[in-house]
Every structure is written in structure tokens, then in C-alpha cells.
Design a protein around this ligand. Structure first.
Ligand code: ACO
Length: 428
């Protein structure tokens, strides 16, 4: 295969080098394009644009492959815990016993938030969206931890990462408790990461939450499956903000904003809303699929389709398996799960979805599991953010370690030509 790409423009030929990744992915390096030709590329939605070289996560969307630091996602289904995976993503290899223990202990010691920060929760309206609280409070960590504004050495970065991963879970649980008007439950140093989160969510001062092992394992796996997904919208946002040398907390807070949208992390909420709409509105799954195929309706089959996976989302299979195991174990018969299964059956046989390679994505079943665990719908995207945080941190650090320029895309301007300012009295 050629190691250069040729471009002919206005009769002149230019050569651009091809960069080849470790899995033989090929990219035309156009970093000198504008300087040499006066042209830029136009790629709305960035579907053909590589913004960086990264060693964190590999995806082959056509083959349904997802690997963290080379390890296939399927191998995380029955074993590691979320903290081990977080360490792997951030530091590039699996931790040994001492590294794991020290990181896990740091998370335990740093789980609580400053009392001043806790008071902030009281000033949010009860109905405030938890994603708004999460973004604000993660950003507010910059005020309470000024010692982590400058993260150049690895030890200090590791301490900041541990604090962020640990505290986001406390912030998330406090956001929920505030919305419910319930007393805040402080983290318990005797509990592990996922169990501790469920404790802060569901314990009462007079009634300790008893955690079913399968519930803990299901949530652990959901967090792992969401932990990274290379240059998705929120991760690219974190990298973009970080490229201005903004601090880790500010960059991840921006990532939370990006994740909030219904076409990204908010999709698991949208899936549940769709299932409820079908359930409560006397719509059949068949009627809904028909609507989703009609462009005029503005309706989409939520939890279906993916920018990268044009075969199947490997995470969707793992998450579907947990749903099948967990719900009977909890004695939950959820009519929404029946609707979801029926929608999946119909869509997978429908030429509209087959021709466009639209398969269930990770969000299709995750909401049903979270609902069975007792997590309210508006907290689903918050759980996604807790899961995605190690990926954001890993990308922020990777970028921080390599010499990089501030991210600054260009545009093709299509607005007015030069126009004079008209004083107010002369305006129509
Ligand atoms: N329902 C119906 N039609 C769909 C759907 C869907 N869920 N998804 C895509 N299509 C159609 C589009 O209308 C388009 O049809 P056309 O070629 O006739 O115009 C074609 O499939 C391609 O769609 P695009 O929007 O170009 O695909 P893109 O890669 O830009 O979007 C996305 C991917 C945003 C995920 C899209 O499939 C979607 O909106 N899905 C529903 C929302 C969702 O589940 N998001 C979660 C993503 S996973 C995550 O963030 C963790």
C-alpha cells in the first residue's frame, strides 16, 4: 500500500504522508495542507477526521471490536473491578497488587467532599437536573483543590485522578439525596467503590442498604463498559478544553456537559422515555418502529445506531446478558423490558435498519438495568459520567504528556459579505 496520498489541485500535485496505526488504520496527515495549498478540509461531524494519535482504546466499528489498552471488552465481563480498569486506562497497563492497593486506598480516603462544598447542594433547586449539579460540582473541585491546578508530574496527577474518580461518586449520590430531600449519607471507608456509591444513594441514617452481589456486579460492569470509547463527543470535548491547558476538573466538567445530550450519554434516558411512551400511550412496538422510519415524524428508535459501530456494539450484548440475569434474580418483571425485546426483534428484521446498519447500542438495555436497581431515570446519565470519567482522565493526561497545539478547527464562512454598521434610527 502507498505511504503517501496525492492531491491534485488547480493542476498542481501535492503529496501527503500516510500515518499507520498499530492496528493498520491509515490516516492521511494533512497538517501542512492549508500552508501548502490555501485549502482546508470540510468534515462536518468529524466522521473522517482523526484529531490525535492515541494509545488508549481501539475500536473497529465494522467488526464490533472494542479494546481497552489492547484487552478485548469481553474479557472484562467476569472479573476485574472498575478501579482496576480505571488504572489500566489511565496508566496504560494493569496495576500490580501494590499499585492497585495504593490507588484503591487513596480513593477510599478521598471519598468525602469538603463540608463547604456539601453546603452548595442546599442552594440548588430540588428539581435541578442532576447532570447540571454534577458539572457544577466537578468544576467547583477546582476551588477546593487549588493544589491540583498544575499537574505536570505523574504523582500529583495520580492523586488528582484518584480524588476526582472518588468524589464524583459522592457528588452524584448527594445530588440524588438533595433531589429527594433525604439526608446526605457520608461514604463508608469499609465499603468498596460500587457498594459505597449504592450505600450513599440508598442507605438511611437508621437503615443500612444491603447490597445484593449481583446488583453490585451489574453496576460494576456498566461502569466498565462505559469507561472509554476513544474520540466520542464528550472525550473530544475534554481533550479540546484540555488543549488550552485548562485544569483537569474544568476539562472533565465540560465533558459532563457534552455527555448530557440525548444523542450521546442522554440516550439511555431517551430510551426509557421511549419505552414508557409506548407502554403508556397504547402504541405498539410495531407502530413505533414505523414512526422511527418516517423522517417527517422526527422520531428515532433510541438506543439504536452508532456513529462508529456499523455492525453491532459489543457492549450491548454484554449488557443485554446482565439484564436477562439480573431482572429475574431481583424478581422484577418489567413490561418495558418486554417492549425493548420486541423493538429489537422488529428492527433487526426490518430492511430500513438492516440497510443502514442500525443495531442496538450500549444504551438500549442499560436503562432497564439501572431502573431495576432502583436508580431514577434522571440519574442514568450521571452513572454514565461516573463510568466515563477514567477515559476522560486518561485522554486528558495522554494529551498533556505529548506536545500538542491548542485545538482550533477552521470553518468555511457562508455569512454576509462586508456590510456597514447602520445606526439604530436608520434600521428597518
Ligand atoms: N432510528 C431511526 N433512524 C436512524 C437512527 C435511529 N436510531 N439512527 C440513524 N438513523 C438513520 C438516519 O435517519 C439516517 O438515515 P438516512 O441515511 O436515510 O438519512 C441514517 O440512519 C444514518 O444516520 P446518521 O444520523 O447519519 O448517523 P450518525 O452516525 O450521525 O448518528 C447516532 C449516530 C447519533 C447514534 C444515531 O444513530 C442516533 O440518533 N441514534 C439514536 C440515539 C442514540 O441511541 N444515541 C446513543 C449513541 S451511543 C452513546 O452515545 C453511548
Amino acid at each position: 500500500m502507498s505511504d503517501v496520498a496525492k492531491l491534485i489541485l488547480d493542476g498542481k500535485e501535492y503529496e501527503f504522508p500516510i500515518t499507520v496505526g498499530s492496528e493498520q488504520e491509515r490516516g492521511i496527515d494533512i497538517s501542512t495542507l492549508r500552508a501548502r495549498t490555501g485549502h482546508i478540509t470540510l468534515d462536518q461531524g468529524y466522521g473522517n477526521t482523526g484529531s490525535c494519535q492515541s494509545a488508549i482504546t481501539y475500536i473497529d466499528g465494522d467488526k464490533g471490536i472494542l479494546r481497552y489498552r489492547g484487552i478485548p471488552i469481553e474479557q472484562f465481563a467476569n472479573g476485574p473491578n472498575f478501579i482496576e480498569v480505571a488504572w489500566l486506562l489511565i496508566f496504560g497497563r494493569l496495576p500490580d497488587e501494590t499499585e492497585y492497593r495504593s490507588f484503591a486506598d487513596e480513593l477510599t480516603h478521598e471519598a468525602n467532599i469538603d463540608e463547604g462544598m456539601r453546603h452548595h447542594f442546599d442552594s440548588f433547586p430540588r428539581k435541578a437536573p442532576p447532570m447540571a449539579i454534577l458539572a457544577s460540582m466537578v468544576s467547583a473541585l477546582s476551588c477546593f483543590h487549588p493544589e491540583f491546578m498544575d499537574l505536570t508530574d505523574e504523582e500529583r496527577f495520580c492523586a488528582a485522578a484518584a480524588r476526582l474518580i472518588s468524589k464524583i461518586r459522592t457528588i452524584a449520590a448527594f445530588a440524588y439525596r438533595h433531589a429527594k430531600g433525604l439526608p446526605y449519607i457520608y461514604p463508608d471507608p469499609n465499603l468498596k467503590f460500587v457498594h459505597n456509591f449504592l450505600h450513599m444513594m440508598f442507605s438511611m441514617p437508621y437503615d443500612q442498604f444491603i447490597c445484593d452481589d449481583l446488583v453490585r456486579d451489574a453496576l460494576n460492569l456498566i461502569l466498565i463498559l462505559h469507561a472509554d470509547h476513544e474520540q466520542n463527543c464528550s472525550t473530544s470535548t475534554v481533550r479540546m478544553v484540555g488543549s488550552s491547558q485548562a485544569n483537569l476538573f474544568a476539562s472533565c466538567s465540560a465533558g459532563i456537559g457534552a455527555l448530557w445530550g440525548p444523542l450521546h450519554g442522554g440516550a439511555n434516558v431517551a430510551v426509557l422515555q421511549m419505552l414508557e411512551k409506548i407502554h403508556n400511550g397504547n402504541l405498539t412496538p410495531e407502530e413505533y418502529v414505523k414512526l422511527a422510519k418516517d423522517k417527517e415524524s422526527g422520531v428515532r428508535l433510541m438506543g439504536f445506531g452508532h456513529r462508529v459501530y456499523k455492525n453491532f456494539d459489543p457492549r450491548a450484548k454484554l449488557i443485554g446478558d446482565i439484564a436477562n440475569e439480573l431482572l429475574p434474580r431481583l424478581g422484577v418483571h418489567d413490561p418495558l423490558l418486554d417492549i425493548a425485546r420486541r423493538l429489537e426483534e422488529i428492527a433487526l428484521e426490518d430492511p430500513y435498519f438492516i440497510e443502514r446498519n442500525l443495531y442496538p447500542n450500549v444504551d438500549f438495555y442499560s436503562g432497564i438495568i439501572l431502573r431495576a436497581i432502583g436508580i431514577p431515570t434522571d440519574m442514568f446519565t450521571v452513572i454514565f459520567a461516573i463510568g466515563r470519567l477514567p477515559g476522560w482522565i486518561a485522554h486528558w493526561w495522554e494529551q498533556n504528556q505529548a506536545p500538542s497545539r491548542i485545538a482550533r478547527p477552521r470553518q468555511i464562512y457562508v455569512g454576509n459579505g462586508m456590510t456597514d454598521y447602520t445606526p439604530m434610527p436608520g434600521r428597518k
